[in-house]
Design a protein around this ligand. Sequence first.
Ligand SMILES: *[C@@H]1O[C@H](CO)[C@@H](O)[C@H](O)[C@H]1NC(C)=O
Length: 186
Amino acid sequence: MSSFGFGTLTVALFALVCCSEPPRQVFLTLQPTWVAVGKSFTIECRVPAVEPLDSLTLSLLRGSETLHSQTFRKAAPALQEATATFSSMAHREDGHHNFSCLAVLDLMSRGGEVFCTHSAPKMLEIYEPVPDSQMVIIVTVVSVLLFLFVTSVLLCFIFSQHWRQRQMGTYGVRAAWRRLPQAFRP
Ligand SMILES: *[C@@H]1O[C@H](CO)[C@@H](O)[C@H](O)[C@H]1NC(C)=O
């Protein structure tokens, strides 16, 4: 009886020590980090080398609010990388919160403890998109200004050429007058 109990304890301890690896590092990625209001962004949490996966929960947080929680089924017996992703639409207030990821490895049911590891917090940069109608107005105004500029340069050129020709024309007449023999002058 006692040997059975001892054996069970040994097996339980072996299972706990041999096959558990608390999450040591938790990496959080925001993609993209600079996003317009109303556009989507993705939060990804990655925990390398954690075991057992079926005792792990990854929570993606905005401030203290949980956006998404992910649990895992038992996978291959080797050390596993666990990832959780969540996509969301950017709101104005998202820029005022830190995003983070919390990895919890709960070994209570196996007679162990609960390991909690937090990722470093990350912030999202939110900007107001330029409305399409405003963009059209800006493009139109710039085009008109460019057109006016090019036209005025062209007109300047044409008028200066014209003026020079008239000057030349006047000089030409005077020179011809000077060359005219005295007899023909009035
Ligand atoms: C976000 O995290 C940084 C770094 O830990 C901290 O300095 C900042 O105050 C936090 N911002 C908010 C809004 O919690």
